[in-house]
Design a protein around this ligand. Structure first.
Ligand SMILES: Cc1cc2nc3c(=O)[nH]c(=O)nc-3n(C[C@H](O)[C@H](O)[C@H](O)COP(=O)(O)O)c2cc1C
Length: 333
């Protein structure tokens, strides 16, 4: 399948693996890229530009296919060394960057000068248009159902994607709720040129996370995520657990007076405990509603190949079949 996204990134299949904190290590990105999709290393997870440089080098040893690096700009107590991370990306010869969280304009001149293609993740049409205006090459349009930070507009992909298609000239992928060939075909029908999957890629054999995390995703239904930190305007969709319930109680009790310090126990330093040690009640960790569609733990290759095969079956079998035979002569010819 060729789309503007496969052409832009030089990949075989129009499937991206979004950057994921404490998941996007070299093993994850290389497995996805080796499957013909686009794997992405999560920049900030590496901690320092030096470690990111090492991770890029490690990934290159595991794949000769294109892969990218995610740079997330989110509110942080101490600002990460963004100039250092950008330099590590450029020096490491990485040609694709996924930005998210905030306007990446400041970093575009350096990235562009190094021939890096930038795909910015946006949760609204207005931010997508801004990304286009400042020179991003593509957008990842992230609907309300997504795992992670869905923004504050709450527009699901059935509306957001066709709206993006009405407005954007640059190509975009559908992000949030994408799991299989059905998602891919639906995304294409709504004007996207591919899909970005987060949660789905965690439940794969190669994802470098604790087995408990994969099993929690398989066990979860579409009803098991919650939105946290809404009062702080830093909404995150997470899998429900004891810590999340405690956090939501605090949000109810404290109302608009709540501060980050009130919920630090439930959100600070949670990712290594969840992803590395499998302490599933350690706190809130991002997970999409798509968990309800995830029933197994395949290899990345199996996942990507069956997604493409299913998409083809739907297009050629189901959709074309619905139209019946093509008329031999146009009615008024
Ligand atoms: C565990 C987890 C961690 C994530 N961390 C990040 C991150 O650090 N930066 C980022 O831009 N997106 C992050 N995301 C969002 C994903 O890249 C992707 O946009 C999202 O998962 C898509 O929705 P889906 O989970 O329904 O596929 C994360 C998602 C998950 C599930």
């Amino acid at each position: 399948m060729k789309t503007r996204i496969t052409e832009l990134f030089g990949i075989e299949h129009p499937i991206l693996q979004g950057g994921m904190h404490y998941v996007g290590f070299a093993e994850m990105a290389a497995a996805v890229s080796n499957a013909g999709a686009l794997g992405i290393i999560t920049g900030l997870t590496q901690g320092t530009p030096e470690n990111l440089a090492k991770e890029i080098a490690r990934c290159r040893e595991m794949t000769d296919k294109p892969f990218g690096v995610n740079l997330t700009f989110l509110p942080a107590v101490t600002q990460p060394d963004y100039p250092g991370f950008v330099q590590a990306i450029i020096d490491g010869g990485v040609k694709i960057v996924e930005t998210a969280g905030n306007n990446p304009q400041k970093w575009l001149p350096a990235l562009k000068a190094a021939g890096v293609k930038v795909i910015h993740k946006c949760t609204s049409v207005r931010h997508s248009l801004k990304a286009e205006a400042i020179g991003c090459d593509a957008v990842s349009v992230d609907g309300f159902e997504c795992g992670g930070h869905p923004g504050e507009d709450d527009v699901p992909n059935f509306i957001l994607l066709p709206r993006a298609a009405e407005e954007l000239k640059i190509p975009f992928v559908a992000s949030g709720g994408m799991a299989d060939g059905r998602s891919l075909v639906a995304a294409l029908a709504m004007g996207a040129e591919g899909v970005n999957m987060g949660t789905r890629f965690i439940a794969t054999k190669e994802a470098p996370v604790h087995e408990h995390v994969k099993q929690a995703i398989v066990a979860a239904s579409e009803l098991d995520t919650r939105l946290i930190m809404r009062p702080l305007r830093n909404t995150e969709r997470v899998l429900n657990n004891a810590a999340v319930e405690r956090l939501l109680e605090k949000e109810k009790e404290l109302g608009p007076k709540i501060t980050f310090a009130d919920i630090a126990e439930e959100v600070a330093g949670v990712y290594p405990r969840i992803m590395k040690t499998g302490e599933m009640d350690a706190g809130g960790w991002s997970c999409g509603m798509v968990a309800g569609l995830i029933h197994d733990v395949p290899t990345c290759k199996e996942l990507v190949e069956r997604t493409m095969a299913e998409a083809e079956t739907i297009i050629r079998g189901r959709l074309e079949g619905l139209l019946g035979a093509q008329p031999k002569v146009a009615a008024h010819a």
